[in-house]
Design a protein around this ligand. Structure first.
Ligand SMILES: [Zn+2]
Length: 112
């Protein structure tokens, strides 16, 4: 499962960064173009961390919208449910993605 593999990589990043300190919250930025289901990711996280030092931690997931910028007219378009890579202003398809592909651990909240 996609989310389980992601949970494993998050856990290894977090374990390295925490250096033995107890983690309360793992803050994540997840782009809408990543096709990650937050509730599934949270469930996988709980499963994966059960019985480990990260058992008491939870994920705080911030979604980043899919946004493209047009190379022809410079306009930005926020992508709707189905990402169609076309400029809203001039209909050009010469565009690049400026947001939506993130998958980052942005911060850890540690317990005292
Ligand atoms: Zn355009």
């Amino acid at each position: 499962m996609h989310e389980l593999a992601l949970s494993r990589s998050i856990a290894s990043i977090v374990a390295r960064a925490a250096e033995g300190r107890r983690v309360a919250v793992v803050e994540l930025a997840v782009g809408d173009l990543r096709q990650v289901v937050p509730s599934t990711l949270e469930r996988c996280w709980a499963l994966l961390c059960a019985g480990t030092a990260l058992e008491a931690s939870r994920l705080a997931i911030r979604r980043c919208p899919g946004v493209i910028r047009c190379d022809d007219c410079g306009a930005t378009t926020r992508l709707a449910e189905l990402p169609i890579l076309r400029c809203e202003a001039c209909q050009s398809t010469t565009v690049h993605i400026v947001s939506g592909e993130e998958f980052l651990v942005t911060a850890l909240q540690l317990e005292d």
